[in-house]
Design a protein around this ligand. Structure first.
Ligand code: MG
Ligand code: FE
Ligand code: FE
Length: 176
């Protein structure tokens, strides 16, 4: 833990314990997003698969890098990153959409839903630390930029391959 660094955040009026909890929730989301992308890239089939797979692999690597950044910041603030996969599932906000149907179009929609959830979560976190904890704020801003990019990449693929109404078709995004 960086004692002075943590003290600065506390002095700015942030409840560090509560912030660590929120960062751990985002951390759990990132690991689940990482795996959803990673295993999706392995199982994807169908006409969209050749175009989608490299994007899924790229996003998996970026979600893992987000988890790494969050873990470092949690430790700097005196917290402990979630230590077990079971706990990821308890802490997650955006959940895990099991890619039980390997149709690439379905995977794309599931992952798109995850990105939109992530953008929402990081937007709220940014609001919470704004003007108070610039280190966490800068980190979240960088992560969020990539989530917005991920959303755009998936939308572009969706529109290009599935047509204008691709968002209207069901994604089977039911399990949390
Ligand atoms: Mg991309
Ligand atoms: Fe992420
Ligand atoms: Fe993402």
């Amino acid at each position: 833990m960086g004692m002075k660094g943590k003290e600065m955040v506390e002095r700015a009026g942030i409840d560090v314990h509560a912030l660590i909890q929120l960062l751990n929730k985002a951390y759990s989301d990132e690991w689940l997003a990482y795996y959803q992308y990673w295993v999706g890239a392995k199982v994807a089939v169908g006409p969209l698969a050749p175009a989608l797979i490299p994007e899924l692999e790229e996003h998996a690597a970026e979600e893992l890098a987000h988890a790494q950044k969050l873990a470092s910041r949690i430790i700097q603030l005196g917290g402990t990153p979630v230590l077990s996969p079971e706990q990821w599932y308890r802490e997650t906000t955006c959940g895990y959409l099991t890619p039980s149907d390997p149709d690439a179009a379905k995977l794309l929609k599931q992952n798109l839903q995850g990105e939109r959830c992530a953008i929402e979560i990081y937007g709220k976190l940014l609001e919470l630390v704004k003007g108070k904890d610039m280190i966490t704020g800068n980190m979240i801003r960088k992560i969020m930029e990539e989530e917005v990019e991920h959303e755009q990449d998936l939308e572009d693929l969706g529109y290009n391959f599935l047509g204008d109404d691709f968002e209207k078709k069901s994604c089977g995004c039911s399990d949390k």
